[in-house]
Design a protein around this ligand. Structure first.
Ligand SMILES: C[S@@+](CC[C@H](N)C(=O)[O-])C[C@H]1O[C@@H](n2cnc3c(N)ncnc32)[C@H](O)[C@@H]1O
Length: 312
């Protein structure tokens, strides 16, 4: 439907002024757009994200068995932390400003993963830790009877509603990861989060962030392109943008600069969709017109850090 993105932007802007915007957004998605069902495609995408994090972890020499992780901004469905659990992680701190989870969402994630395990849909995760699928099945009943926080905790998945800049951990994590989160955080806050992760890390800690640089409104409105939002000046974008699901519009190299300012190295940067020809015909705002076109065009990146190894 033409103009669908405008309807969504207006609705999110209105919701951002309500007393509990995240809950209101959930209600809106649930009742109005029927958007809180974990579809097979969403599950597959999330498992794919876990595969990318685990591959980066393996490449950097991480040991899965008994490892610990932090996931920044897990959102509604704990698919990635559950995959880490299945792969052998013993503890995952799920850090989000608010706990957006609910029992029925966790049950969908668990059921989806159990079905995928039967169908061979988890093969790319690599070898699963023996006994973990059975524990996942048992935790489902805890989720149903005692809620998602208790059920996930049974698996070592800890719901930590807080600002990641204030995160404290009993020991340095082996892995820090996020999926489609960094693009929703204001640059000055993101710099603080990266710096905090740098403080929490120890030699050997791996950090893996998947960043979606696309205009997310293009996912609900096929009349606009993934670069659509780059036509607006910062001033106009501030009026369109909202606090429920803000988009910072940072381009790929601007994340590298943020990492640099936070004192965190980037060991691998994998970019996707950076063909400058895709920008032809788009009236870019000055800020983007003056940047490297390949950088502006890039729609996704995967940033991997391996904090310095301990001396051997
Ligand atoms: C788009 S959502 C995450 C989506 C989720 N990863 C997924 O795959 O469905 C971004 C999340 O980042 C969280 N967030 C933003 N700033 C944060 C901060 N300073 N500390 C912790 N979480 C934060 C928000 O609360 C929000 O839930």
């Amino acid at each position: 439907m033409r103009g669908r993105w405008i309807a969504k932007a207006v609705a999110q802007k209105a919701i951002s002024f309500l007393p509990d915007p995240q809950r209101a957004n959930h209600f809106f998605q649930d009742r109005v757009t029927r958007g809180t069902t974990l579809t097979p495609a969403m599950l597959e995408q999330s498992v794919g994200w876990a595969v990318l994090h685990l591959s980066a972890f393996d490449r950097c020499g991480g040991r899965r068995h008994g490892a610990t992780a932090v996931e920044l901004g897990p959102g509604w469905y704990p698919v990635v932390p559950l995959c880490l659990f299945l792969a052998g992680f013993d503890r995952v701190d799920m850090v989000d400003l608010e706990d957006l989870g609910r029992s029925e969402l966790a049950v969908q994630a668990i059921d989806g993963l159990l079905a995928a395990a039967d169908d061979g849909g988890l093969a790319e995760l690599g070898e699963l830790q023996p006994g973990r699928l059975e524990r996942l099945g048992r935790a489902r009943s805890t989720v149903v009877h005692r809620g998602h926080v208790a059920g996930l905790e049974e698996l070592g998945l800890l719901v930590r509603p807080m600002d990641a800049r204030q995160l404290e951990l009993p020991a340095p994590p082996d892995l820090i990861c996020s999926n489609t989160v960094l693009e929703h955080i204001r640059p000055e806050v993101l710099e603080g989060i990266l710096a905090r992760f740098g403080e929490l890390a120890a030699p050997g800690t791996v950090m893996s962030h998947l960043v979606d640089h696309a205009d997310h409104y293009a996912y609900v409105d096929d009349t606009i392109d993934v670069h659509h939002f780059l036509r607006y000046s910062d001033r106009v974008w501030r009026l369109i943008d909202n606090d429920v699901q803000p988009m910072n519009r940072l381009r790929a190299s601007e994340y590298l600069e943020l990492y640099r300012r936070a004192g965190v190295p980037v060991d691998e940067e994998h970019r996707r969709g950076d063909d400058p020809l895709r920008l032809v015909g788009i009236p870019l705002a000055d800020r983007f017109r003056n940047m490297d076109p390949a950088d502006v065009a890039c729609v996704a990146s995967h940033l991997v850090t391996r904090f310095d190894r301990p001396a051997t």
